[in-house]
Design a protein around this ligand. Structure first.
Ligand code: ADP
Ligand code: MG
Length: 351
């Protein structure tokens, strides 16, 4: 991705996230004494990971949380990115078609099981096996350099679509079996997995603040110190004008918020927007009356997978998208092209 584009996304990400206060990169400001006995400090930092901006604004008595998060994010990317040749996902993809399958680590097996369950429950709207399609569309590269982007041909899309399909994956006794040509792509849940790990590392009395990974956010503790603590205000990007916000949601600590929309990475051709969320049923980017879908729940993998799944489903059946979110005890907010909202997650006015 071009640096200019990355910087634009960095600033947009940070503006959307930090409604209150400014973000300084990689600095710590001394504060009071934390409950661990060590000094509580204010930490902020941002780095590029999984092709997007990860950032954090934390008050913590744990040592150097920013470095811990950066290292954890990088290590996770090294495991789950199909783009990294040495990753576990790349090895699984390379084994596609092998009747012996491939041994999968316990942690990744658990993640894949959950991902396949969400595929099933969303009738394939979310599908982690779309690698053949996503690499054909190359919409990340296209969005970075739209002038030189060539749309794939219909026949190519059809052939790639035949290599996808969560029902064709077998995950048994620690081994995964993919049919020949299938490629896993965990792009829709990578950030959520990261937030779950961050939650495990930092949830508790010693850290409060916000951790952001692209379109997904984790809240920790309460804003401010008692008795003035308050819920967090999380800005929601305006899908009609993604450089700004259209409102905010109020969120307590320990929650994960993910937004999927068609405004993040796209190329336009003849008035059609080709963006990075694909409809597995057609092989084409989703064409939707909704600009974005936001999910709020306690689990990052779920919020991330559901925001993608519900974005796809809402295009044809918003009621089913809402039902799916509720079946996972998640709240949902849909924003349409006129800025109207639907769902039980309330969009509040900006202060
Ligand atoms: P973002 O990555 O911008 O937060 P999403 O979480 O919605 O957005 O994930 C989009 C990414 O997931 C795409 O870049 C692609 O790699 C992959 N993807 C696209 N469509 C689907 C889908 N229907 N199901 C699962 N993964 C998808
Ligand atoms: Mg997602």
């Amino acid at each position: 991705m071009k640096t200019e584009k990355k910087m634009k996304r960095l600033f947009r990400g940070l503006a959307a996230l930090f409604l209150c206060g400014t973000l300084l990169t990689g600095c710590a400001v001394p504060g009071g004494t934390g409950s661990t006995g060590s000094k509580e400090q204010h930490y902020t930092g941002a780095h590029l990971c999984m092709g997007t901006v990860f950032s954090a604004d934390l008050t913590s008595s744990q040592e150097d949380p920013i470095t811990t998060l950066t290292e954890m994010g990088n290590a996770l990317e090294q495991t789950i990115s199909y783009r990294i040749d040495t990753s576990e996902i790349a090895a699984i993809n390379a084994s596609a078609g092998d009747p012996e399958g491939y041994p999968v680590s316990e942690e990744l097996a658990e993640t894949l099981e959950k991902a396949l369950e969400i595929s099933e429950k969303s009738s394939g709207a979310f599908d982690p096996t779309l690698g053949a399609l996503t690499t054909l569309w190359k919409l990340d590269e296209g969005a970075a350099d739209p002038e030189h982007y060539n749309l794939p041909a219909r026949e190519e899309i059809e052939s790639a679509r035949n290599l996808c399909g969560y029902q064709k994956v077998r995950l048994e006794e620690g081994r995964i079996y993919l049919p020949a040509g299938m490629r896993l792509d965990l792009g829709a849940i990578g950030k959520g997995i990261y937030l779950n790990r961050a939650k495990l590392l930092f949830e508790g009395p010693y850290t409060r603040g916000i951790i952001s990974a692209g379109g997904s956010i984790l809240t920790l503790g309460q804003k401010g110190e008692p008795p003035e603590s308050a819920p967090w205000n999380i800005g929601i990007t305006n899908p009609l004008d993604p450089d700004g916000l259209c409102g905010m949601i109020e969120v307590r600590g320990g929650m994960c918020i993910s937004t999927s929309g068609d405004y993040e990475r796209y190329v336009e051709r003849d008035g059609v927007r080709y963006h990075h969320i694909l409809d597995p049923a057609t092989g084409y980017p989703v064409s939707s009356p909704y600009g974005s879908v936001t999910i709020l729940c306690v689990n990052g993998l779920l919020s991330d997978a559901l925001s993608t799944a519900c974005y796809v489903m809402a295009a044809t059946d918003p009621e089913r998208a809402i039902e799916l979110a509720h079946s996972y005890e998640a709240q949902i907010l849909l924003i349409d092209r006129e800025g109207n909202t639907t769902g039980d997650l309330k969009l509040l006015k900006l202060p």
